[in-house]
Each structure stands twice: as C-alpha cells, then as structure tokens.
Design a protein around this ligand. Sequence first.
Ligand SMILES: Cc1cc2nc3c(=O)[nH]c(=O)nc-3n(C[C@H](O)[C@H](O)[C@H](O)COP(=O)(O)OP(=O)(O)OC[C@H]3O[C@@H](n4cnc5c(N)ncnc54)[C@H](O)[C@@H]3O)c2cc1C
Length: 454
Amino acid sequence: MIHPNNQIAIIGAGFSGLAAARILHQKGISFQLFEARERLGGRVYTKQIQDDLYLDLGGQWIGPSQTRMYELCQEYGVPYFETYNQGQSILDLNGRIKSYKGTIPKLDIISLLNLDMIVRKLERMASKIDLEKPWTHPKAQEFDGQTLLDFLKRNSKTEACLQVMKVGMQTIFACEPEELSLLHALFYIKSGTSLDVLISIKNGAQQHRIHGGMQTLAEAIAKPFFDRIQFDSPVLSIIQEKEKFTLSTSKGAQVFSHIIFAVPPPLLKKIGINPPLSDQKQKLLEGYEMGYIGKCQMVFAKPYWRHKNLSGQAVSDSEFYLQTIFDSSPADSKYGVLMGFVIGNKARKFFQMDEDSRKQAVKKQLIQYFGEEANQEINYVDHTMNQETWSEGCYAGIRGVNSWTKYQNSYSQSEGRLHFAGTEAATRWHGYIEGAVRAGEAAAEKILQELSND
Ligand SMILES: Cc1cc2nc3c(=O)[nH]c(=O)nc-3n(C[C@H](O)[C@H](O)[C@H](O)COP(=O)(O)OP(=O)(O)OC[C@H]3O[C@@H](n4cnc5c(N)ncnc54)[C@H](O)[C@@H]3O)c2cc1C
C-alpha cells in the first residue's frame, strides 16, 4: 500500500533528478526537488545567445539504443534532428592536415591496420565485461591496475596510431587516457554499447540533437511538477534520526522519509550526512574525480564549409587547442556553428587564458581547417562546467586505477532509505543523459517498492 503523504526529497534537478521526480509525480507520491542552481538541467545547459539561436553548452546528442531519451522526446512532443554528417573531415596529425571520409582517418597502411586491431581488441575485451559487476571479470585486477594509456601504448605500433587513439579516447571520456583505469574504459564502452557506437554520428551516440536544445526536454519533463522544485537551494546537510531525515538548506530545514541523491560525485561528498555514508562509499568518493572538458562554439552567418564538401568535423593532435570539432549548426541551418572540444590538460591550460585569447586561438585553428571565412564569425561562446560550483567537471565522474576492484558498485548502492542516482550510478549509458535518466528512474522505483512494503 503506497502512502501518498510520504515525503521524498530529491537532490539535483539534472536529468536524473527530473526522471525520478517524473515517476513519483505520476504515481501521486509527494516530493520536493532541491536544486542548487537557478536553472534546470545540471550538466545540460542550453543558452540563448541571440533571439533565434540557442547553443548547448552541456550535453546535446542522443543516439540509437538510448531508448529512454527517444521515448521521452516522443512522450513530450520534443522533436529531434539528424546531426550534419556529409563531406570530408579533417585530420591534423604530426603537423600535416589531411581530409578523409567516414569515421576512420586517412593514415599510412601500418597505422590503419594497427588502429583497426586496437579498436577490435577493445571491443572484444569490453564485450566480456558484466555491467552489473565489472570487478568479477577474471582479469579485473590486471585491467583495473593499469590506465587506458598503458594499454594504448602497449598496443600501438606507430606514433600516428597512438595519437589518433588518444584523441578518440579523450573525446569519449573527457579526460586524459592516463586518468582512468582500463577496466573503467571497458565498462564504459560496453555501457554505451560499443566503441563504434560511441565514436559515430551515423548509428552512433552523436546521431541526433534536440530542436531548441537539450534543455527543452528537461523543461518539458519538469513542467507538470515545476511547483515542487526549490531552486537556488543547495542541500547542505542531512541528519537521520530513526526513520526521518532532516534536510537543511540555507533557507531552512524540512523532514523527509526517503532521499534520492542525483548530484555528481564531488558534490555528494560536500553534503554533510550524519550518520556518515558507508566506508566504501566514502573512500570511493575521496578519489572520484570528474572529467575535464570545454566546448568552444563559433557562430557564422551560414555553415559555409558545407559548400566546400567539408563535414565540419576535425580530429587534431597538433599544438592547437581543439581536439575534435563538429558541425553543430541549428536544424534549419539558418546559422553555421562549429563546436570544438578542448579536453584534459589542454582544457586546463586553455581556460586559464582570457576570453579574447581563447577566441583568437580557436579562430586561428578554424581558419586553418575550414578557410578564411572563419574570420567572419558573428558570435563566439566557450564554456566549461569544470569551473561551475555545482558540476565541478564533466562529462562525468572518472574511475581511476583500482577503483572498481576496491570499491565495486558502492556508489550506486542504496544505504537504508538513502538512494543514489545520477549518471554515475548507471550501468547502461553511464556518463550520458540516458544513463542519468535510467538511474533516476531506478531510484524512484526502489522508493515505490519500499513504500509498498511499508
Ligand atoms: C560539455 C558536455 C557535453 C556533454 N555531451 C553529452 C552528449 O552529447 N550526450 C549525452 O548523453 N551526455 C553528454 N554529456 C553528459 C551529460 O550531460 C550528463 O551525463 C548528464 O547531464 C548528467 O545528469 P545528472 O542528472 O546525472 O547530473 P547533473 O546534470 O550534474 O545534475 C545534478 C544537479 O544537482 C545539482 N546539485 C549539485 N549539488 C547539489 C546540492 N548540494 N543541492 C542541490 N542541488 C545540487 C546541480 O546543480 C545539478 O543541477 C555532456 C556533458 C557536458 C558537460
């Protein structure tokens, strides 16, 4: 029997918290959603930069097998469109700029064969990971005791192959390949279906974008329960006494019977929880770092590169800052937008420069790849959530060496009536918006189960 007066607190109005709230709302369960920022979406953030132009500064793409995202788009009548993916792409490697078609860059034959071998090997290894229990793989200790970079170096026979693999991995994981364990990389690959799906536009994780930006979907989901969201309300502490939790924000304290945390790991660590979380979870949280990535978007009157048979895509290991670039123009191509990722150590350096220097650096690179027209930009926006208090990084939390084998899945494990969502708690599409939704829904389902057992 479900008691409609049970008070559930959800912390975080990103996609995970919203997905949990949506289920509780549909079941008529009373809840409060606390959000630290003054906006919805968390690591999804669509910014209107002109009357008729929105840019996604956070998550933007969806792709096949992200079933919940497509179902939500359909349910809320939010349309999506194909990412532009025609023409030649640019590879800037070892000081030489070449164009190529498809997802595999033009390299010498040895490097190409080597690249194919490494990708197949990673796919094969990832396919054998149990997403619910990555640490039970027979070679879990060995995989978890080394970084992804160790693996790449061991398997790359040419410098070109190593460089291309590094840029690909930086873009997938939003960090340096030495910052995550091989086991985490394999888990992540399987979680997102396969490496091929993760790197691809066509039939891959970058296939579609949302009209008006990804936040449109967050807003549509939140609309029916908007009055249950308390914005500008960072949760500071949660004190448990018997079956009740006293949750405090700077605006006061309220009592709840169940809690869902839907915040990134470094921010979970900052909430004062008493009695403390399990030792395992606390130790895992101590070393749980976020990825480091920024988006740089240059807006033009038209996607002029398309007329030169260029896709707007580029991969670079050069001294330029942007490591990968995509055509991120709006659906109607009213403007042309080139969006580049600056990742890991380059991002740390890039965001120390002032805005004008950043813009000039980006422009110089775009001119090299797409021609002098890149001088004619009408707008420039760059952004990193690593500098935002309520994200501290992105795309997601990164598990370093020995994290999975030491702490297993303690992050996502409920502790009494405390439940843990967020994309970092997901087994499928971990790190993605789809994962955030699935983890939020799973946490809400656990609470429904608990309420029906009461
Ligand atoms: C630049 C970038 C590009 C990305 N690209 C993609 C993409 O194309 N496709 C894709 O699927 N994914 C992408 N991602 C990842 C995706 O955005 C995230 O996985 C997803 O949005 C995470 O959702 P979440 O609800 O788990 O967490 P969040 O979105 O981080 O939500 C957590 C919320 O909790 C709030 N909060 C934190 N602490 C507290 C507190 N103490 N009290 C109250 N509230 C608190 C935060 O303000 C935030 O709103 C990208 C991310 C970034 C940043």
